[in-house]
Design a protein around this ligand. Structure first.
Ligand SMILES: [Zn+2]
Length: 124
């Protein structure tokens, strides 16, 4: 596939592929995530420097704070409606909360990365 053809297939699917599968927005190599929700310094295939475009700091609280409120409301309503044993509720929360946080952070960070790459002219 030529570079031009691969650029034409990018779009909203690029965000999902980057967030969920860790594919580089430029070359689609699986190199984006170094940790659960942290970018690798750069793409090992094409050399794109992710660290220059990585969102950091307080801006991510805009994602985490509403999600925390939503998860707390969900846990309280689950407890109110089903009255599960404490060990079951605790087990569900221990599994669900970190997963939801990582998925939300990955989508937010991938969205900001794609937006910043487009603004910098690296992606179309
Ligand atoms: Zn790449």
């Amino acid at each position: 596939m030529s570079q031009g053809a691969s650029q034409d297939t990018k779009g909203q699917g690029g965000l999902t592929r980057a967030a969920l599968f860790g594919l580089c927005p430029r070359c689609a190599a699986k190199t984006l995530w170094d940790a659960a929700a942290a970018f690798a310094p750069s793409c090992r295939a094409c050399g794109l420097a992710y660290s220059e475009y990585e969102p950091k700091g307080r801006g991510l609280y805009l994602v985490l704070f509403p999600l925390t409120l939503l998860l707390m409301a969900g846990a309280l309503s689950l407890d109110d409606s089903l009255h599960p044993p404490l060990w079951l509720l605790f087990g569900v929360l221990v599994a669900a909360v970190p997963s939801a946080m990582v998925v939300a952070l990955r989508f937010a960070k991938a969205a900001v990365l794609v937006m910043r790459l487009r603004a910098a002219g690296v992606l179309r």
